[in-house]
Design a protein around this ligand. Structure first.
Ligand code: BV8
Ligand code: ZN
Length: 272
């Protein structure tokens, strides 16, 4: 990161009246949460659509819950890293100065909230929420294992043909309905409310900060060209180029946990 580009970025950041941030799995990598497409990534081991999709759920809901139970178990022991905390600090400083700050995340691990981010737009849902297929209620659920039958089940074998869990062993709502992860799977529409909140945060923003995403999943990745069309400056923090690096005015290469604390340690410039 050259000092010149860092100073140019920080001077633009100070003047920004409306900031938007889009994060992906990379912001949680230094917290020990595996990414999807990088080395050791989750989707490297599994074909995403074979596990995180409505078809997979129809075929074998127990296998899908085994996958999410395993991710919940792993996430339980993970804490926010300095990257999450730097973003939460920037949010607090900007909002205290009466300016606008919107954090949009593709992550489902809940680490932004744990770091103090007040109301992230969670485009893909949450590992810690479940939705009832019968009554539609969405509730917080931090049971690990999700039900006793999943204790120690580990990560699933997507090639397993036989169902390993009975319907009775799946989590159920008080109304008797089966509970699914409240997560947006491939082929499922994102919630209109979340898409609208993200668009409102990006449209008219002076600066969009893109942190730790390969930017290959839509419609989330579409917020980067949207910001550009609205004339925003775009900065990226990533350990390697992504699908949107060519759209960025600033590119800072390295870990989010290493780069963000000093990069974002600026105060907003008083209004002229
Ligand atoms: C939908 C939940 C339509 C699951 C996820 C065009 C338009 C619309 C849709 C599509 C389209 N083209 C294709 C589609 C379909 C599909 C899609 O985008 N497919 C891709 C793969 C091509 N999109 C959908 O299906 C979406 N739905 O469009 O529905 C519709 C409309 C109406 C009615 C019905 C249907 C739904 C998408 C949501 C899918 N669910 N997650 C779960 O998590 O279990 S997406 C999945 O990918 C994850 O949630 C993840 O968040 C997301 C994006 O991945 P990243 O976060 O970027 O993570 P990744 O590992 O890829 O990259 C990590 C990055 O971090 C890397 O760049 C790495 O270098 C960097 N990094 C690593 N370490 C660090 C770091 N950076 C900084 N510091 C570090 N230390
Ligand atoms: Zn119910």
């Amino acid at each position: 990161m050259s000092t010149a580009s860092r100073e140019r970025f920080q001077s633009s950041l100070r003047r920004a009246r409306k900031i938007a941030v889009l994060t992906g799995a990379g912001v949680s990598a230094e917290s020990g949460i595996p990414t999807f497409r990088g080395a050791g990534g989750l989707w490297r081991r599994y074909d995403a659509t074979s596990i995180a999709s409505p078809e997979a759920w129809q075929r074998d809901p127990g296998l899908v819950w085994e996958f999410y139970n395993h991710r919940r178990e792993r996430a339980l022991g993970c804490a926010p890293n300095p990257g999450h905390r730097a973003l939460a600090r920037l949010e607090a400083v900007w909002r205290d100065a009466g300016r606008t700050f919107t954090l949009i995340t593709q992550n489902v691990d809940g680490l932004h909230e744990q770091a103090g981010s007040r109301d992230p737009v969670r485009l893909h849902g949450s590992l810690w929420q479940v939705r009832c297929l019968a009554c539609g209620s969405v509730t917080e659920n931090r049971d690990v294992p999700i039900t006793p039958a999943f204790a120690g089940s580990g990560s699933p074998d997507p090639d397993a043909r036989a169902r390993r869990f009975t319907a009775a062993e799946l989590p159920h709502c008080r109304c008797g309905g089966v509970l699914r992860p409240h997560i947006v799977w491939f082929g499922e529409a994102l919630e209109e409310r979340d898409l609208a909140a993200a668009a409102a945060g990006v449209e008219g923003c002076d600066l969009l900060l893109v942190v730790g995403t390969s930017a290959v999943v839509y419609p989330a990745a579409g917020f980067v060209p949207l910001a550009r069309r609205h004339g925003a400056l775009i900065a990226e923090v990533n350990v390697e180029p992504s699908a949107v690096t060519s759209l960025c005015d600033f590119v800072f290469t390295g870990g989010a946990g290493e780069i963000l604390p000093s990069l974002l340690d600026v105060a907003p410039e008083p209004a002229p």
